[in-house]
Design a protein around this ligand. Structure first.
Ligand SMILES: *Cc1c(COP(=O)(O)O)cnc(C)c1O
Length: 389
């Protein structure tokens, strides 16, 4: 019903959600779902998480929005805490992943200009990557299916390189390269892992050519892969990182972190946004960061991810070809003859929320604090659905 009124750009299912608690949701018919989707890796603390609800309600009573003529107390408190936790020098707040990546792109362009003139403007991204839906981030996205004729012309100055291709990085970068942007684990592209050795070598090659290195952590950031940032574990030490999805537990927020050569590139007036640093979002993000940095939290994300992957593997179900991922970012490849979208639909019918990436990958990105009881309930639905698929 709802999908007939709200513009249907998503091919949404005919399910209208009303509420959630923990990693369980209910629709208008009172039907219950186990949540292995978390609003696409957004609701990292699940639904109706008391400290988050309380902090948002408290901030709403104080002040919902302050424009960026001023700073807000909660904005400053959060920014300081965030920089301390991540080891970056500065942060720019925006409102979505696309906007975070736009900020990365503008930063890369200005950095290139300052360090090689107009010709140093080329931005490399990885094949199969996904970076957003604005014109520039769509162009940056390394998948042909996102580039239909009818949106042309696209933005100039973007090139792609194949992830884990050692030959390509020997010659790709030169004095026209401004930046290399690495999506740490490709989410939309199929839950594809990047070889850390390759990421480090690619970053070195780009830096040797005078470029800076950036990470798109819109999906991987804020604990999704079992470390605060996935780039921490990949080890290529990006000068700037974009984030969004999980950062504020469901309240819209995004942005970038920067350091080293990327620090001091933007000056007043270069990049702004009206909603940026919104106190309501900062209050939510503040709670998320507190939870994520509690002792043992990241280990629990890794353990739960391993538990889900190992359990699915142990079934030896003939429909599942491969299972991979990192932390609670999980991809299961379904055999070619069958469709992951069909499986996703069957799971929805049976009460489990999931997602897909491409034709054959079922994607699971549950809340980071999902309970083992809910994991087992969800896995039971998955097992039975796979057995009858
Ligand atoms: C979701 C996503 C984006 C786009 O974020 P929006 O908030 O939808 O604009 C960009 N990059 C990656 C890696 C993503 O997963």
């Amino acid at each position: 019903m709802g999908s007939k009124i709200v513009v249907n750009n998503y091919g949404s299912f005919d399910v209208t959600m009303v509420k959630g608690k923990g990693s369980t949701c209910w629709d208008t018919n009172g039907k219950k779902y186990i949540d292995f989707l978390a609003g696409i890796a957004v609701n990292c603390l699940g639904h109706n998480y008391k400290p988050l609800v309380k902090a948002v309600a408290k901030q709403a009573k104080k002040q919902i929005h302050v424009c960026n003529y001023f700073t807000s107390d909660i904005g400053v408190e959060y920014a300081e805490k965030l920089l301390k936790a991540t080891g970056f020098e500065g942060v720019y707040f925006g409102n979505s992943g696309g906007e975070g990546n736009e900020a990365l792109i503008k930063l890369a362009r200005k950095y290139g200009h300052l360090n090689g003139g107009a010709k140093r403007h080329v931005i490399y991204t990885l094949e199969s990557s996904f970076h957003g839906r604005t014109m520039a981030t769509l162009t940056a996205t390394g998948q042909a299916k996102f580039h239909p004729e009818y949106f042309a012309p696209y933005v100039e100055g973007f090139k792609t390189i194949k992830p884990n291709d050692w030959e390509a990085i020997k010659t790709a970068f030169d004095d026209t390269t401004a930046a290399l942007i690495i999506e740490c684990v490709q989410g939309e592209g199929g839950v594809n892992l990047i070889d850390p050795e390759w990421a480090k070598a690619a970053a070195k090659a780009a830096r040797d050519a005078g470029a800076i290195v950036m990470a798109d952590e819109v999906q991987t950031g804020f604990g999704r892969t079992g470390t605060l940032l996935a780039s921490d574990e990949l080890g290529f030490e990006p000068e700037a990182v974009s984030f969004a999805k999980g950062v504020a537990g469901g309240v819209p927020m995004g942005g970038i972190l920067f350091r080293g050569k990327a620090a001091g590139v933007f000056v007043a007036g270069d990049h702004q946004s009206t909603f940026a640093g919104n106190p309501l979002a900062c209050a939510a993000a503040n709670v998320v960061l507190d939870e994520l940095t509690k002792p043992g939290f990241m280990e629990s994300v890794k353990e739960k991810g391993d538990y889900i992957r190992n359990t699915i593997k142990s079934w030896n179900n003939p429909n599942v070809k491969e299972i991979r991922g990192k932390g609670l970012m999980i991809g299961a490849d379904i055999i070619e003859e069958k469709s992951a979208v069909e499986l996703e639909k069957n799971l929805l019918t049976n009460g489990l929320l999931t997602s897909t990436a491409g034709q054959n990958t079922l994607r699971m990105v549950p809340p980071l604090n999902i309970s083992y009881k809910e994991i087992d309930e969800g896995l039971k639905i998955l097992k039975e659905t796979l057995e009858n698929f």
